[in-house]
Structures are given as structure tokens and as C-alpha cells.
Design a protein around this ligand. Structure first.
Ligand SMILES: NC(=O)c1ccc[n+]([C@@H]2O[C@H](COP(=O)([O-])OP(=O)(O)OC[C@H]3O[C@@H](n4cnc5c(N)ncnc54)[C@H](OP(=O)(O)O)[C@@H]3O)[C@@H](O)[C@H]2O)c1
Length: 292
């Protein structure tokens, strides 16, 4: 399969590039190859690569900064995905596009299904939702994969922030009333590759649509931090739970954003492991596991 990967330098993009190098003809682009604010460049990049599948792993992901840069966030998260979807449709290619749990307002009380009402609270969530809609409109052969709380060993994420803070302080105060599912970028990428391989075998046009793709189970940021330190064998750091109100941020966060992965299981027969096993593998792969 000819695969065009946009956003190769991000958390998910790097993992995808590594995995897709085996067994596929891959063209992987970063921002210096294709800047998504350059609308004309999007069409030519897709035309030139003659893809079967286009994966868009690029996004404006600075959730708080988006509140002061809404136009830029919209250009990258809403306009560009629509153009990528249009150009991939013209090339007869599938588009695989990532979205977020932040399309929901967090007032739910059970894991969100793909069909549940979206009501983003901030600019990032709103622009990502607009991107979803643009992709749906432009290319019938789309897979929109909503994920959440992504981490790995590079980039900007909660795991790396907690490890840095643990080396600087004895006491960390971490929000304990936002509930979600941490997702290891490597597992997300590997599940994406499994989906692509199923597309290849089955040519299942009827599978097009939106899917929730996160690790299973749920936690809050405070317990996530505690688990990181436990698995990494970091001692002597106290983690105190605080309410969201004690840690105000420019962009409001959903209080509850667990995503139901049932549709992925039903349609693709694929299931993510639980979040603790994802975290354990990440810590081991990073060489930080507590010695036994
Ligand atoms: N991170 C999370 O917790 C999270 C949660 C839910 C959903 N998601 C979604 O999952 C997907 C992957 O996220 P991620 O965590 O891998 O993101 P990430 O690490 O922040 O990477 C984003 C990528 O987008 C690229 N990018 C940004 N602006 C660009 C532009 N103008 N032109 C071209 N490329 C540009 C970045 O390039 P540079 O490296 O040059 O900046 C980077 O490679 C995104 O759709 C995101 O919305 C993420």
C-alpha cells in the first residue's frame, strides 16, 4: 500500500513512521516538507504521492495556547483536514484522521459513544470537531479516530512533565477530578496499522466513520501521576490531589472524557489493552522500570 503520513514528527507520527516502514511504501512528511497553513501545498503533496491511504497525524495540540491563537488552531485543525480529505478523495485514497475526547463537554456519566452529542468547551476541541466535520463532508472513505491523554517518550505530554517535576520537587499537586483514559502513542499507532491492514484485506467501504481509540479503563490525572512514579520506581515524591478550580487553565477541560471503544471491537475486532498495561510497557520501553 502507498501511504502518505502527514505529521511524522509528533508523538503519534513518530510511532507510525517507525511501524509503517515495514511492509508499506511510505512517504512521511513533517512541517518543513508540508506546512498545513499553506493550503496550496496540501493538494500538491497528495497529488504527487499517489497514495492509497493518507494519515493526518498533524494538529495544533497546544490546548491552552489555542485560546489566544484561534485562527491558527482553526487553520491547522479544521481547514487543513478538510483540504487533506478533499485531495485524498480526488486521489481515490482513504483518509485516516485523529481527533480528540475534547470534542465532548465532559458532563457524561458513562463512556462516550461515537454517536453521542459533541459539545467542545474550548478552541482546541471546537477546531478539532470542525476538522472532523470537514473530513466527513469531503471524503466518504474516512476513518476518524478519537483518542485521549496521549503520552510517549518525546514531545509535550503529562508523563514527561511529571517526571521533570519529580526531579525538581518533593510535593506535586495534581488535579484529581478530571477523569479520562491515558493512551500510549505506540499502542495507538500500532492499532492504527492493524486497522490499515484490515482495510487492505477487506476493502471494507462500510467501515468508514468515527471510532474511539484509547486505552481501556479510566483514571484521573493525580492517580495517573502516582502510577507513573510507582512503575518508574520514583520514591520520595508526595502527590496531592487538588480540584480543577485550584489549577485554573485558559482552556476549560471536560471533567469526564472516557471514550467507549465498543465500535472498534465490533467492526474491526480490535481492542486496546487497559491503560495501566500501556503505561507499564511505556516505562519499560523507556528503560525506567523499577528493578525487580
Ligand atoms: N496529545 C494528546 O494528548 C492528544 C489527545 C487527544 C487527541 N490527540 C490528537 O492526536 C493526534 C496526534 O497528536 P500528537 O499528540 O501526536 O500531537 P503532537 O505530538 O503535538 O504532534 C503534532 C504534529 O503536528 C505538527 N504540526 C503542527 N502544526 C503544523 C503545521 N502548521 N504544518 C504541519 N505540521 C504541523 C507538529 O509539527 P512540529 O513538530 O513541527 O511542531 C507535530 O508533528 C492529533 O490529531 C491530536 O489532536 C492528541
Amino acid at each position: 500500500m502507498n501511504i502518505l503520513l502527514i505529521g511524522r514528527s509528533g508523538q503519534v507520527g513518530q510511532a507510525l513512521e517507525r511501524l509503517l516502514h515495514n511492509g508499506h511504501d511510505l512517504i512521511a512528511l513533517d512541517r518543513s516538507d508540508l506546512d498545513l497553513t499553506d493550503q496550496g501545498a496540501i493538494t500538491s503533496a497528495i497529488d504527487d504521492s499517489d497514495p492509497d491511504v493518507v494519515i493526518n497525524a498533524a494538529a495544533y495540540t497546544a490546548v491552552d495556547r489555542a485560546e489566544s491563537e484561534p485562527e491558527l488552531a482553526a487553520a491547522i485543525n479544521a481547514t487543513a483536514p478538510g483540504l487533506i480529505a478533499e485531495a485524498s478523495a480526488a486521489a481515490g485514497a482513504w483518509i485516516i484522521h485523529y481527533s480528540t475526547d475534547y470534542v465532548f463537554d465532559g458532563s457524561g456519566t458513562r463512556p462516550y459513544r461515537e454517536s453521542d452529542l459533541t459539545q467542545p468547551l474550548g478552541t482546541y476541541g471546537r477546531t478539532k470537531w470542525e476538522g472532523e466535520e470537514a473530513v466527513r463532508r469531503a471524503n466518504a472513505e474516512h476513518l476518524i479516530l478519537r483518542t485521549s491523554w496521549v503520552y510517549t517518550w518525546h514531545g509535550h505530554n503529562f508523563l514527561l512533565t511529571m517526571l521533570r517535576l519529580a526531579s525538581e520537587r518533593d510535593l506535586l499537586k495534581v488535579v484529581d477530578d478530571q477523569i479520562g483514559s491515558p493512551t500510549y502513542a505506540e499502542d495507538l499507532a500500532s492499532m492504527t496499522v492493524s486497522i490499515i491492514e484490515k482495510l487492505e484485506i477487506d476493502e471494507l467501504n462500510s467501515v468508514a466513520g468515527t471510532y474511539h481509540l484509547t486505552h481501556q479503563g479510566q483514571t484521573n490525572w493525580c492517580d495517573f501521576a502516582r502510577k507513573i512514579f510507582a512503575l518508574a520506581g520514583i520514591k520520595g515524591v508526595e502527590v496531592e490531589g487538588i480540584p480543577t478550580e485550584a489549577y485554573p487553565t485558559p482552556a476549560p477541560r471536560p471533567r469526564y472524557s472516557v471514550l467507549d471503544g465498543d465500535r472498534l471491537k465490533r467492526v474491526f475486532n480490535l481492542e486496546m489493552p487497559d491503560w495501566e498495561s500501556g503505561l507499564r510497557r511505556c516505562i519499560e520501553e523507556g528503560g525506567l522500570a523499577r528493578s525487580k
